[in-house]
Design a protein around this ligand. Structure first.
Ligand SMILES: [Zn+2]
Length: 254
């Protein structure tokens, strides 16, 4: 199985990153995507990827981290995307929960990430919060030539279907296991087998059994268990199918 979204460079992992990776492997994680959100963390993601053949990096500017991004940073990002261990552009997207004052800036940055994805022929990793419909509207005008994943999908079945129709995949994280996430579980049951991924978004969003604690890549197994239960698959089928999907979208080597 693959954890398709972790922020493994986060300070909270500094004391035990090697053990975290060992636990992930013991849990059946065969590869991880480490997601950059600004210049510093993109660099750290690339360094992690260079240190371990099972780690891959992405590079982009998170919608909540745009305030200090300079024109030079965009040039640096363009350079990161040429790196052989960088497999996607992002995370980028729209956050209308934390960042209500910067919506125009976020949309402009999103368009620049779209342009970079086209230029480098890479998939996109998309963050949305309280913004799925606006994102889908923008994607509707831009979709040809783009591919990617709506990470930590939080929508309903109709929004999932629209995302898939526009050529993007969805990815399920810890919230799939939360009691209140009935609409999300319904979307997970309805999504085409070859169009979804699993992730932790660690150190954030731990699954139900670890709420309030630090999340880590090993716990993607709980997301896989929930997917298996919802779809009537075995855990092995779930791990293999989602890993195949993630390898395909991001062009990961076997
Ligand atoms: Zn993230």
């Amino acid at each position: 199985m693959i954890d398709s979204h972790t922020h493994l460079y986060w300070k909270k992992f500094d004391d035990d990153r090697d053990q975290v990776l060992a636990r992930a492997r013991d849990a059946g994680v065969e590869a991880l995507l480490v997601i950059g959100i600004d210049v510093e963390t993109c660099q750290q993601a690339i360094e992690l990827a260079e240190s371990d053949p099972t780690i891959f990096a992405t590079a982009g500017f998170h919608p909540c981290d745009l305030k200090d991004i300079t024109e030079d940073d965009w040039i640096t990002l363009d350079g990161f995307l040429k790196h052989k261990s960088v497999v996607a552009v992002g995370e980028t997207g729209l956050d209308y929960y934390w960042e209500t004052d910067s919506i125009d800036t976020q949309k402009e940055a999103l368009e620049r990430h779209f342009a970079l994805a086209r230029k480098h022929d890479l998939p996109l990793v998309i963050h949305t919060r309280d913004s799925i419909d606006d994102f889908l509207k923008i994607l509707g005008d831009e979709a040809p030539g783009l591919r990617g994943v709506m990470h930590c999908f939080s929508g309903d079945t109709a929004q999932m279907e629209e995302t898939i129709a526009l050529g993007f995949d969805v990815s399920f994280a810890g919230p799939l296991t939360y009691k209140k996430s009935a609409a999300l579980r319904e979307a997970c049951q309805a999504v085409p087998a070859d169009r979804f991924h699993i992730e932790t978004d660690s150190p954030f969003l731990p699954p139900q059994s670890k709420r309030g604690k630090r999340n880590e890549p090993a716990l993607v197994r709980e997301v896989a268990e929930k997917v298996a239960e919802l779809r009537g698959w075995t855990l092995k089928e779930t791990m293999e199918q989602t890993a195949t999907n993630t390898r395909r979208l991001f062009g990961l080597p076997r």
